[in-house]
Design a protein around this ligand. Structure first.
Ligand SMILES: *Cc1c(COP(=O)(O)O)cnc(C)c1O
Length: 406
């Protein structure tokens, strides 16, 4: 393998801000659902860079878009618009509830824009006191100070000083809890249709319908964070489409660029009207290079061939997980939607999800956790059957190893 071996995993501990604990190997090359490290070891990738590389690594259509746009123009700033951004925005609008798009660079930034927009809409249209945001325990919306504050995990938001105010957290999928706190001062209810980082918890259909009705009654906006659940991950372009409940604002990131950083906030004409030039922005957001790659990813993902392949892959993984569990009794629950699947560890293995990940790496498999007790499966939407089978076989070996050590 041709790579620069003057740096390695140990370098990380000397040069990087210590906010991550990366795996022991350094990936240098990827193709489809296979990845190779500095030593040439091969891995099957069920992590997709946290549900980002939805079409696998170096998909030919994305590489082509990157190269073609790379020779055209990379960046112009928001002082000028550009063709790839306009085309991508039009495609997002044509395929969703939305009339308007704002591009940014990360999920957190799309959510930051969404929360600012919801506040501004309520203040402009209704009252300066309509600022309360209702969010959910275990939710994850990103790492800016506003988004960690709306997120429902204190470990991410504590220790950084005063937080944005008027944000309330309640249990997920509990309609009575929403009824108890929603009022005329509420500007938005924010949720992930499948809680991702919080442990792979799909939203309940009845709950979602009830929340939509409450938002309408109290003139609050419904915001769906589809940063992880969107762009085909659960088998429809966005997960809201399966529930038939339409939000006022939706955010997308992760798979939107297939691995190139880009995010989007989608909304209606009515809500968009409260914005005007100068009130929000970003230097890179919607730059031609990112939008060209995202457009290519969108064109491949938003096809019946790709979206209809998600359910059969889901069934294969869940069936194999149940078989593995019959043999080794490691899970109390297997849940999820499409190719966002969580296996919750039983009490004997509490807090050990990262150890299962390390055992998987030893067996040539890249996996994710979702919190300390849930192992998360998020392979490419187009992962070949062979890679899926071999990946699950490698996972079974890792589980066997964990059970034997115990
Ligand atoms: C990953 C994630 C984010 C944050 O995205 P970044 O690109 O890391 O800022 C926000 N919301 C959800 C649901 C996510 O999964």
């Amino acid at each position: 393998m041709d790579s620069n071996t003057s740096v390695n995993r140990n370098t990380f501990d000397n040069v990087m801000l210590p906010v991550y604990a990366p795996a022991t190997f350094v990936p240098v090359k990827g193709k489809g659902s296979r990845v190779w490290d500095q030593q040439g070891n091969e891995y099957i990738d069920f992590s997709s860079g946290i549900a980002v590389t939805a079409l696998g690594h170096c998909h030919p259509a994305l590489v082509k878009a990157l190269n073609t746009q790379g020779e055209m123009i990379w960046h112009t700033s928001n002082l000028f618009t550009n063709e790839p951004a306009l085309r991508l925005a039009q495609k997002l609008i044509d395929s969703t509830f939305a009339d308007r798009v704002f591009f940014a660079n990360s999920g957190a930034e799309a959510n930051e824009a969404a929360f600012k927009l919801a506040r501004r809409y309520a203040i402009t249209r209704h009252s300066p006191y309509k600022t309360k945001i209702i969010a959910f325990n275990n939710a994850f919306h990103g790492r800016t100070l506003f988004t960690v504050s709306v997120g429902g995990q204190a470990k991410y938001s504590d220790g950084f000083g005063p937080k944005p105010a008027d944000i309330i957290h309640i249990p997920f999928n509990d309609l009575d809890a929403v009824k108890a706190v929603i009022d005329d001062h509420t500007c938005a209810v924010v949720l992930e249709p499948v809680q991702g980082e919080g442990g792979i918890t799909p939203v309940d259909a009845e709950f979602l319908r009830g929340v939509r009705e409450l938002c309408d009654r109290y003139k609050a906006l419904l915001v769906f964070d589809e940063v992880q659940s969107g762009m085909g991950r659960t088998g429809s372009l966005f997960t809201y489409m399966q529930y038939g409940i339409v939000p006022d604002i939706l955010t997308s990131a992760k798979a939107l660029g297939g691995g190139f950083p880009i995010s989007a906030m989608l909304t209606t004409d009515e809500v968009a009207q409260v914005m005007e030039p100068g009130v929000h922005g970003t230097t890179y957001g919607g730059n031609p290079l990112a939008c060209a790659v995202a457009e290519a990813a969108f064109d491949v993902i938003n096809t019946p061939e790709v979206l209809s392949g998600v359910q059969s892959r889901y069934e294969y993984i869940v069936t194999r997980l149940e078989e593995i569990n019959q043999r080794y009794h490691v899970f109390t629950d297997v849940r999820g939607l499409g190719l966002l699947i969580g296996a919750e560890l039983q009490p004997n293995y509490q807090g050990m999800a990262r150890e299962f990940l390390a055992a998987s790496v030893e067996n040539g498999l890249m996996l994710l956790n979702a919190g300390p007790n849930v192992i998360r499966f998020a392979p490419s939407l187009v992962i070949p059957e062979d890679d899926l089978q071999q990946g699950m076989a490698r996972f079974e070996k890792a589980v066997k190893q964990m059970v034997e050590v115990k």
